[in-house]
Design a protein around this ligand. Sequence first.
Ligand code: MG
Length: 472
Amino acid sequence: MTTHTNTWFYYLLFILFSLVNIPIEAQDAQGEKPNFIIIFADDLGYGDLSSYGHPSIKTPYLDRMAEEGQKWTNFYVAASVCTPSRAAILTGRLPVRSGMASSKRRVLFPDSKGGLPASEITLAEHLKSAGYNTACIGKWHLGHKDAFLPTTHGFDYYFGIPYSNDMDRTSQLPYREYLMQADEKIKTEDFNVPLYRNTEIIERPVNQNTITKRYSEETINYIKEHKKSPFFVYLAHNLPHVPLFVSEEYKGKSARGLYGDIIEEIDAGVGDIMNFLEEEGLAENTILVFTSDNGPWLTFKEKGGSAGLLRAGKGTTWEGGMREPALFWGPGTIKPGLRHDLGSSMDLFVTFSKMAGLEVPTDREMDGVDISGTLLNGNPSTRKSILYYRGTEIYAVRIGKYKAHYITQGEYGEFGKREEHEPPILYNLDTDPSEQFELTGDYTDVLNEFDLILEQHNAKLVKGKDQLVERE
Ligand code: MG
């Protein structure tokens, strides 16, 4: 062969090699790196699913996740209200570190100037560095200014509302008076909340009647388009946060009333996603998680959910405020079983990073731990304690079965009388999950353990600049 032919020969060989290799590489990547879907409900309580004991709400698909996957009974979020809880699940860090918790305002509002700082690394951003396609579908609530939208935080795609569905209210009635009216008097057009696609507002006011269904559909469409490479979808439903809205198809279906209709519509969407994953052969390589951002909004009576046997609800550091249903599904991947281990929404960052072959950031304090040993092999969870923050203060701590309350307070405003406890009120959550019976007697050793945990935590704590306080 002449030199000239040689060059062509090798060139052709190179092209053939590349052609053969592209699909193999893509397949390998798909085979090695699991896909992740987190479904995050809003204000859904510990007792709101039939698999967690609700007697009249039917959730067959979530129950199927529980049966075929792992159902956790001691799984916590990092805050009992929206904004800080969302910051924590996406960063694997306590919201006090990012400034997404405040002692002045509990969440972001449409007049807020702040948001999740660019210096924070979200799970989406982190997974992107390992080649993931990432989508945020649903409620964001981590800053609605351009600088803070999901697309600035590692999400390739965003379809959703930037803050809560009860904001931008146009009715002249006082907030609570309006919301406590009969269901048929609550209109979706009374909330001038925008719906975004990426950085554009595409609908305002968003039609909240159809939003639950649309979020589930968007999720399936996104996966359809990105199933060839690993993907991460964060599906954060607006509901069942008040005001309550449901599509015609689900209206009047549940014995629990409108609230139940909504849970059942969310459940149906979970079923559609599971079925789709199975049809596409993606189920074995996808971890599907279902949990909620905080406990039920009890002061809204039947319009709020149920914490089951847990005490109190949203806004508090009682169990009902921060312990949530948590279901993990992945046939052949997630080891089925009922888990009484401690877990936290912040653990998802660390766990999924590890499963994607990524190191966890070492330039900052992380509050999540790796629970993949529990999820994949059924080993005991590596998490030993839970810190219950309200705003920027620790109100309570759980170590193993014991929980100590240093400060207790009701939900909001008129309902929220603050009391400090020295020594702390102690409960045994194994024998008394409803926090009804204060432990008396000598618990010096137990209390010393609490002191040590708090000392270690506080010694390393750097509070982020308050992002919730500044308003326009
Ligand atoms: Mg919430």
